[in-house]
Design a protein around this ligand. Structure first.
Ligand SMILES: Cc1ncc(COP(=O)(O)O)c(C=O)c1O
Length: 389
């Protein structure tokens, strides 16, 4: 009765079952996996946002690429960072997930391949299934920082036997927090041009640098490039459902890509009108939200490093930006077993690395946007627990 593309295993995994059991037991939970910014005690200008959303509710102007006022606000946001983006090259979507779907539909026929980094964010598997796209991993390798393994990327292109359509990069990557370096961008442009591949760049965490800001790809004109971002991370407003695609590249593929994307967007017209009108106010909210988040991320990172300083078993991997930290821990079993026993024995919840397709066991992921007290207490318990195993 149902499509093969939805024949997923829908049973909850052992980690989710352990978390549900822990919650039912009523015992304390130190949740170091926070990813929903609306539940972590940030202060929003609620009244201003509400006023903006309700100010103009009854007018409808269907605009496939999104309302001009919203696209102008995005262009101004990039101009502030000295990157020029034309409003004509922007397409609004309800989420980056929707943006990915539009791009997979634009670029891929059934069973075509898109390359994605490993480790990376797990949502891509479902997006690819729903769009009949094969995901082929290429490796990021760690050596004092994460780098793209171009040998593995080229092997993945060869392995796809002419079916590869795009290379996806997440910049900064989730969860490794690593940037695509300028020399890697040059090499990506070279590889994509040589194999006629598009570049899809997820920049949702770009406004959260820990040191140097990350370069943006919005003005990358050497190859057809789709840069994705949105309010869910920029202004910590995932509930407002606004994201976008900025298209750049050589004139010929770019104009055709935009014309086709406009038809895809026009087919759904999924953007909500009041939210688009309120968009400039929501985007402006980033100034106060990012200050709070960057402060918290830095404080949590300091607490983490202070706790790790007195021991040698656990190591924090280098991070350049984003909301997450990766811990390398001794491998005495699977990461999932470690995360479950940590939860059972100490009440601390961390994510096992295998959720993110790390190359081996020995990795745990912590969210740096966790409230400070919870984070500090959770890290002390984790380090003590790992030392005693
Ligand atoms: C790298 C990355 N891209 C995209 C998203 C989802 O963003 P959106 O809410 O716009 O779909 C996430 C969510 O955590 C993410 O980590």
């Amino acid at each position: 009765m149902f499509s093969r593309r939805t024949s997923w295993n829908l049973c909850s995994n052992r980690y989710t079952q352990a978390l549900e059991a822990h919650r039912r037991s009523g015992r304390e939970l130190l949740d170091l996996t926070a990813s929903n910014p609306t539940t972590i005690g940030l202060h929003y200008h609620e009244e201003e946002l509400l006023r903006a959303v309700t100010s103009c509710v009854m007018n409808y102007e269907p605009a496939p690429k999104g309302l001009m006022s919203a696209r102008e606000a995005i262009a101004a946001y990039y101009a502030e960072k000295e990157s020029i983006v034309s409003v004509d090259d922007l397409i609004l979507t309800t989420s980056t997930s929707e943006a990915y779907s539009f791009l997979f539909r634009l670029l891929c026929d059934p069973s075509d391949a898109v390359l994605l980094p490993a480790p990376s964010y797990p949502l891509f598997d479902f997006l690819a299934d729903l769009n009949d796209v094969n995901l082929v991993p290429y490796e990021l390798v760690y050596d004092h920082g994460w780098q793209i393994d171009f040998h593995s990327l080229l092997q993945a292109i060869d392995g796809a036997k002419g079916r590869c359509r795009a290379v996806l990069v997440v910049h900064p990557n989730n969860p490794t927090g690593s940037y695509v370096k300028p020399q890697e961008l040059r090499e990506l442009n070279r590889v994509c041009s040589a194999h006629e591949l598009a570049l899809i760049v997820d920049e949702v965490f770009r406004d959260y640098p820990l040191g140097q800001p990350a370069l943006t790809f919005v003005a990358n004109n050497d190859t057809l490039t789709f840069t994705l971002s949105g309010l869910s991370k920029i202004s910590a407003l995932p509930q407002m459902k606004v994201a976008w695609i900025a298209t750049s590249g050589p004139q010929f593929p770019k104009s055709h890509a935009l014309a086709r994307l406009e038809v895809i967007a026009d087919t759904y017209l999924s953007m909500n009108a009041p939210i688009q009108r309120a968009f400039p106010a929501m985007l402006a909210e980033r100034h106060s939200i990012q200050a709070q988040l960057v402060d918290r991320i830095k404080s949590n990172l300091t607490a983490l490093d202070e706790n790790l300083a007195g021991q040698t078993l656990c190591e924090r991997l280098a991070i350049e930006g984003g909301w997450y930290a990766v811990l390398r821990v001794p491998v005495l079993g699977s990461d999932e077993d470690l995360a479950i026993s940590l939860l059972h024995d100490t009440g601390v919840l961390l994510q096992p690395g295998h959720f993110y397709n790390f190359p081996s066991d020995g990795y745990l992921v912590a969210s740096l946007i966790t409230p400070l007290h919870e984070f500090a207490e959770g890290i002390v318990s984790t380090v003590t627990y790992i030392a005693k195993r």
